[in-house]
Design a protein around this ligand. Structure first.
Ligand SMILES: [Mg+2]
Length: 233
């Protein structure tokens, strides 16, 4: 065991159920401040493009970016509108307070630490929230699918995370996530150990049936060292 790689949403951040259409409405209200009809239509168009992209993630593991979604919807981009979108999402971005002491403990054991997330957000947005919460420096590598051709559970996504951590043997890695298909099936398919955090309310439209069994189940991040102790020499 040489590296611990984490999912982000619902794993390093406690799960928050979000209204994706309302997030785009916050954006659209900045683009069309005095035209409710236009704002509703713009939000619906961007939301539809985003939902279609997430279905391609679910069914084909094809990565995408928010810039591509906005382009597909022929939606205008302004810094102020994107700030409104990010402000709506802020509630879902807060790092679990147990992350900093956990990551410090893992690094003291000589383990490398990473993040592999299926996300449309640019890396800079993610790095900014990790820096805000004082944990950015605790991760040796952060891999966001918005910089990749594929999302989880595609093997290439997991291999990109391994490469970023300078690890060549999948069995040297444990992956921790909240989605049985994307995280557990994906990690185990490449040969990693996988630990499930079973507390997220994954929308049914995003779920894919899987028979993969996690190597362990984690109810609190602070319990992770106890689980790893079973596997460390
Ligand atoms: Mg997740």
């Amino acid at each position: 065991m040489r590296a611990v790689i984490f999912d982000w949403g619902g794993t390093l951040t406690p799960w928050v159920t979000m209204d994706h259409l309302a997030a785009w409405r916050a954006y659209a209200d900045v683009i069309h401040p005095e035209d409710v009809t236009a704002a509703v239509a713009l939000a619906a168009a961007v939301h539809a493009a985003e939902q279609a992209a997430w279905l391609r993630v679910r069914d084909h593991h094809t990565a995408f970016t928010l810039a591509q979604v906005l382009d597909t919807a022929h939606a205008p981009v302004t810094e102020a509108a994107l700030l409104a979108f990010r402000a709506y999402w802020d509630r879902a971005t807060h790092t679990d307070p147990e992350v900093a002491p956990l990551l410090t403990a893992l690094r003291e054991r000589g383990l490398r630490t990473g993040i592999l997330s299926s996300t449309a957000w640019p890396a800079t947005w993610h790095d900014e929230v990790l820096a805000r919460d004082g944990v950015l420096h605790l991760f040796d590598a952060r891999i966001w699918s918005s910089d990749l051709p594929h999302t989880k559970p595609h093997p290439a996504a997991f291999k990109a995370a391994m490469a970023a951590l300078d690890i060549t043997t999948p069995t040297d890695c444990v992956y921790i996530g909240d989605r049985p298909y994307d995280d557990i099936t994906g990690a185990k398919a490449v040969g990693m150990r996988a630990i499930l955090i079973p507390h997220s309310d994954i929308p049914p439209s995003q779920q894919v049936p899987t028979t993969a069994t996690p190597d362990a189940t984690l109810h609190r991040l602070s319990d992770l060292p106890t689980i790893l102790d079973r596997w460390l020499p």
